[in-house]
Design a protein around this ligand. Sequence first.
Ligand SMILES: *[C@@H]1O[C@H](CO)[C@@H](O)[C@H](O)[C@H]1NC(C)=O
Ligand SMILES: *[C@@H]1O[C@H](CO)[C@@H](O)[C@H](O)[C@H]1NC(C)=O
Ligand SMILES: *[C@@H]1O[C@H](CO)[C@@H](O)[C@H](O)[C@H]1NC(C)=O
Ligand SMILES: *[C@@H]1O[C@H](CO)[C@@H](O)[C@H](O)[C@H]1NC(C)=O
Ligand SMILES: *[C@@H]1O[C@H](CO)[C@@H](O)[C@H](O)[C@H]1NC(C)=O
Ligand SMILES: *[C@@H]1O[C@H](CO)[C@@H](O)[C@H](O)[C@H]1NC(C)=O
Ligand SMILES: *[C@@H]1O[C@H](CO)[C@@H](O)[C@H](O)[C@H]1NC(C)=O
Ligand SMILES: [Fe+2]
Length: 579
Amino acid sequence: MSSPLWFILALCSTQIGRVASFTIPQHAVDPVRRKADINTTRAGFLYGPAVAGGPLYPTGPLGNAKVAADVANVRVETTPNTILVQEDVAHAGSSSEQYQGLDTVEEYLLLYKGQWAKTLPNGPAPGVLTNYSQDLFFSMERLTNNAFSVRRLPKASKLPFQVYSSAVSKVANSSLQQLLQEGRLFYADHRAQSVFPKTTNKFAAACDAYFYIAKSGQFLPLAVRTNVGANLVYTPADDDADWTLAKIMFNINDFFFAQTWHLASTHEVVQIAWMAAIRTLSVDHPIFGLLDRLTFQLFSIQPLAQSFLFDNGTAFDTLFPITGTGARDFTTELYFNGTGAFQAGYFKSDLKKRGLLNGDGPKLAHFPFYENAAVIHGALRDFMHTFISSYYKSDDVVRDDKELQAWATEANGPAKAIDFPTKFDTRDAIIDALTHIAHLSSTVHHSVNTNNLLQISATLPMHPASLYKPVPTTKGDPSVAAYLPPLQAALAQFQVDGLFARPLLANTTRSLAYMFDSPTFLNGTNDNTRTAANKFKQAMQEFSKEVRARTFDKNGLSQGAPFLWKALDPLEAPFSLTI
Ligand SMILES: *[C@@H]1O[C@H](CO)[C@@H](O)[C@H](O)[C@H]1NC(C)=O
Ligand SMILES: *[C@@H]1O[C@H](CO)[C@@H](O)[C@H](O)[C@H]1NC(C)=O
Ligand SMILES: *[C@@H]1O[C@H](CO)[C@@H](O)[C@H](O)[C@H]1NC(C)=O
Ligand SMILES: *[C@@H]1O[C@H](CO)[C@@H](O)[C@H](O)[C@H]1NC(C)=O
Ligand SMILES: *[C@@H]1O[C@H](CO)[C@@H](O)[C@H](O)[C@H]1NC(C)=O
Ligand SMILES: *[C@@H]1O[C@H](CO)[C@@H](O)[C@H](O)[C@H]1NC(C)=O
Ligand SMILES: *[C@@H]1O[C@H](CO)[C@@H](O)[C@H](O)[C@H]1NC(C)=O
Ligand SMILES: [Fe+2]
């Protein structure tokens, strides 16, 4: 049991036949052996340099072996997915006549006609192909599939930029100052992107933008500023073509942000917490068993991100305005700038900090990300509550668990995790931390990544990865299509985005509903935990029914948006972080 081989087997989620039950260290059958095993792990599982930016990454013989196991596992799972993408791309590539030259914005819709059937079996999110040009579509994306860049401006803020008062008045029947004072003004800021190295022949602004709660109660866009060149400020009062281009320019920055942010905020935060856990918790610890399940394939992501997104000549260099090296450095900067903070990212803490929940102003009438994620987050917390209560009869037992306390010390010590709890004093504190890891691995990740890219966040014509003509220095260019990707670039964008989709995991035991439904984990636990896992699965199956039954209401809206967002359907999204 004490050999490195046992450690690797214990770490592989494919391990067979767990006989012994998980125990907290106070109840260890053989405490000396347990400590010796942890020492063996600590000697062989080491902190090495970051592989694709962000925090430390495993090295040492056991670290390398675990990385290799995760990489092998992800390859097996994604190979059939990659084949589907290749088939779709081949079909789309041989259908050029159907696109009519992509000379107008509308012709970009032809890219979807009879295409992407394998990677996107249900097509783009309902509403995308019909309502894409609506302002409400653009603004509600900020509260749905890209919900991590926008914040309410506190009433005492200094206005980040000015907008022609006639335009503000025309659009909102108000002034910026009045909107601010009423707590109705929101802001998203992508100016940080302006200083990162650029690719050739592709262009982008570095937009910041205002959104506002209108008198109707709707969350709407107010203005977009480019921050490059002539630094134009656009509003919905502009001509259609100008305003459409402004929304596209913002979308480019927001998509770049969402994708780099997701690496820093989900993959990298969970990665370093898991590394510290591996070095401190016995493989017999129930929390080790849980984390082993939640971190399925986790260490495969950094090498894949490096080789397929960041390396010279790969996805960022090919599709995006910022180079792969730039995107990696941007991700790292985000991670160390606050995105990598563990407790600050807790579900409600983050939303409150950004004034999206209990903000100083009117409540958001609709907040699809929150409304969907809250159901799942609540069910995750219920599970964690039962699981932790089944092993810890009181807060004292938590405080006396030396391995658990060592995890906190290790995370804040050699692992250099950011804002991880420095100790666990209560059952609630550990419940919160574990719920957060499950939340990052599911609700947060799949709301911005996974199937979302093909379904909505990277759909054309509104979401190219780059502009293909420089950011305009004057208004009045009537041809928006001239800025959009030419056919080969559009297909290349879909190809990369297709690799993130997970159609083959939908409706299987790899879906979110099955997060705790692993015999490897559950066999070592207890009846209460097994009952809670079952309850979680049932709650998620019920929620899936609700999500799948969603339709447009009499106003053509769903959760206040002119599109149907089903990304957090628990039978559609995976239970773990995915590439
Ligand atoms: C879990 O327990 C069941 C019933 O005891 C057994 O059939 C199964 O093989 C076990 N599975 C694992 C992965 O340990
Ligand atoms: C484990 O390592 C610690 C720190 O090096 C040492 O104090 C302890 O005696 C070791 N325990 C066992 C059982 O090997
Ligand atoms: C604009 O707001 C004022 C009060 O601030 C109101 O009297 C007026 O009816 C509004 N106009 C429109 C077109 O909604
Ligand atoms: C990180 O923070 C610094 C200081 O506030 C800021 O200048 C920089 O743009 C931030 N980087 C990113 C990627 O947001
Ligand atoms: C990648 O490109 C950067 C910037 O052009 C260059 O400095 C670097 O040497 C290249 N790296 C490799 C491995 O070719
Ligand atoms: C999952 O199953 C549902 C219900 O049978 C079906 O509508 C849906 O298309 C399936 N999802 C995928 C991606 O196959
Ligand atoms: C959005 O699109 C759907 C489906 O095409 C349509 O039924 C609905 O009325 C549209 N909503 C709005 C607000 O236009
Ligand atoms: Fe990911």
